[in-house]
Design a binder for this molecule. Sequence first.
Ligand SMILES: Nc1ncnc2c1ncn2[C@@H]1O[C@H](COP(=O)(O)OP(=O)(O)OP(=O)(O)O)[C@@H](O)[C@H]1O
Ligand SMILES: [Mg+2]
Length: 231
Amino acid sequence: MAFKLKLHEVNKLFGSGSLKKSVVDKVTITFEEGRTYALKGASGSGKSTLMHIIAGLDTPTTGTVFLQNKDFSLYSSQDRARLVVLVTQVPFLIKELTVLENITLAGLVIGMSKVEAQERALFYLAAVGLFDTQAWNVGALSGGQRQRICIARALVVKPKFLCADEPTGALDEKTGSAIIQLLLDHQKNEGMGLIISSHNPSVVEQMELVFALKDGILVPHKTVLTKLGIL
Ligand SMILES: Nc1ncnc2c1ncn2[C@@H]1O[C@H](COP(=O)(O)OP(=O)(O)OP(=O)(O)O)[C@@H](O)[C@H]1O
Ligand SMILES: [Mg+2]
């Protein structure tokens, strides 16, 4: 049975008192393994906030995220890391480790053997075009290179759902489209769910189901209802 990741009436408020601000407003949506989703919206519309909640990196103020009908926050941290992976908008790497060690670590954390984790790390390092950086200190990488390393690290894990927050934000057009193609190929081969947030129309239009965040509300593009067989 296909995995389902479901957000049920998810709200997120920031601040307190008169400064209280609702960033995500009663969002209910089900993401399915094997499908691709785009999340678009103006800067500050709440895309990153929602992506963090989807991947379990942040908790909703109210509402629940379910994976297979079980509250996702009740899964073990190892299972959460194995099942749903987020590539954050701002790349985060461990500066004390080399590029290869950073990527390999993601496999080790979810219980892969060192040999398998390293083999996969080298494979995806090559796939993002950065095989030659394997021994580098991460401080020597450019912003775009860091972003590609984070994508390689996410693919090592073989998650059921891969969420990528503006994955081409720091990349030139050619490298950006190669990365999107890599994500789509991987999505097809592994049958995972792919959720991408992006400002870039050419990225958005390559995803099957498109949603926009407006004033905290998630609005499906008109084609979504047809594609889901609702209209
Ligand atoms: N920790 C926080 N505390 C207070 N406000 C926050 C916090 N995180 C985000 N916000 C606010 O929530 C709103 C949505 O931010 P978010 O980063 O989710 O937007 P975004 O759509 O990802 O924007 P961008 O396209 O620029 O990346 C913004 O107004 C931001 O200031
Ligand atoms: Mg953002």
